[in-house]
Design a protein around this ligand. Structure first.
Ligand code: NCD
Ligand code: ZN
Length: 363
């Protein structure tokens, strides 16, 4: 890896800028949607990441080998010309998931993991699991075949304060689940609290955690800065500043249990600027620029490659990517929205000038 003192080889000496070249990174948590939205958002993810774990919360959800295979083909067909982006598929767990179907999809490499949404926890999660204890036969089979479960960790009890839902889920549901299934590989997705950071650490290496770019740069006050900011609303909702600082420490610590998972979750402007705003932040355009800025600010650029390109591959038993990607410390302005059919999706940090930009990708 080449850090800081190396210069962008594509620029001439006059505009040489500090750069960071890393193995091509992967995104372990992406919502690509389908149809026109898929076509519109995929190029941004494919420009940044070599592989990505694609979430199955379509309407209807991806619950069978046939669904996952067909969805993968639609994604492959929507890739921009010349793209080598590889979608890694997931299965949406429900109360009716059959262990044999799970195993068949894993054996056929139709999917590499299953997604556990507590029923109703987030966008398109109403088909999710209502009883984690009753899911035991499925989780036991996954444990046996070494297939990871990817967990949206929030309590669905409506009486629980929204800012406490992650903590309550961890205490009441996750810790007992990890105890019941001692060999199960699990990813706690989009970690937002210092308590969850500690739980991930305590259960590594069979447990890992993904952290989004937005949870590293916004806190819960950001959502109310000068008025209500619907484009900063996602689930799990951002927490208070002390948690944001704990997340920044965790990702830049160099510990191998933390990895990229952008949770890029596009919704059209009308669904966000609405009486009842949909949960999800479209971070796919500015993900790496944001992550690398955080590592730079924390003086941890030498640890960025592990977080971005190595830890997740190791956890999932995959080889790291062969090629490289160069990030440039050269300010660039970001487009504010991406058109989708006759509508648009607002970009996280869109319209801002960011200190880092994406440079060359070598396959
Ligand atoms: C996601 C979505 O829109 O699909 N929304 C979100 O706020 N993150 C679902 C999810 O990952 O929770
Ligand atoms: Zn998500």
């Amino acid at each position: 890896m080449n850090i800081g003192e190396l210069f962008d080889a594509t620029a001439d000496a006059a505009d040489a800028v500090p750069s960071l070249t890393i193995r091509r990174p992967d995104d372990w948590h992406i919502h690509l949607r389908d149809g026109g939205m898929l076509k519109a958002v995929l190029p941004f993810t494919a420009a940044q990441f070599a592989r990505g774990i694609v979430m199955p919360n379509l309407v209807p959800p991806v619950t069978s080998v046939a669904d996952a295979t067909a969805y993968r083909e639609r994604i492959m067909a929507a890739r921009p010309d010349g793209s080598d982006f590889q979608p890694l598929m997931t299965c949406y767990l429900t109360d009716h998931t059959r262990p044999d179907e799970i195993e068949r999809g894993f054996a056929e490499r139709a999917w590499i993991a299953a997604k556990l949404y507590p029923a109703g926890a987030t966008t398109n999660a109403h088909h999710g699991v209502t009883d984690l204890v009753a899911l035991a036969p499925v989780l036991e089979r996954m444990e046996k075949i070494g297939m990871p479960v990817l967990i949206h960790g929030e309590s669905t009890d409506p009486s629980v304060d929204i800012f406490d839902r992650e903590e309550v889920f961890m205490e009441k549901s996750l810790l007992p689940l990890l105890k019941r299934h001692q060999g199960l590989k699990a990813v706690i997705e989009h970690v937002t609290t210092s308590g969850t950071v500690d739980i991930v650490r305590a259960h590594a290496p069979r447990v890992a955690g993904t952290v989004t770019p937005h949870h590293l740069v916004i806190n819960r006050t950001s959502i109310f800065q000068g008025g209500l900011r619907p484009h900063l609303y996602c689930l799990p909702v951002a927490k208070r500043e002390s948690h944001r600082l704990a997340l920044r420490k965790a990702v830049t610590s160099g510990e191998s249990c933390f990895m990229i998972g952008t949770d890029t979750a596009p919704h059209v402007r009308g669904a966000k600027e609405a009486e009842c705003c949909s949960a999800g932040i479209f971070g796919g355009v500015t993900a790496l620029q944001t992550y690398v800025q955080v590592f730079d600010e924390e003086g941890a650029l030498d640890r960025f490659e592990a977080f971005a390109s190595l830890n997740g591959a190791r956890f999932h038993g995959l080889e790291p990517n062969k090629g490289t990607l160069t990030l440039l410390k050269r300010p660039s302005s970001v487009l504010s929205a991406v058109p989708v059919d006759e509508k648009e999706v607002v970009v996280f940090r869109g319209g801002e000038v960011l200190p880092w930009s994406i440079g060359r990708v070598k396959a």
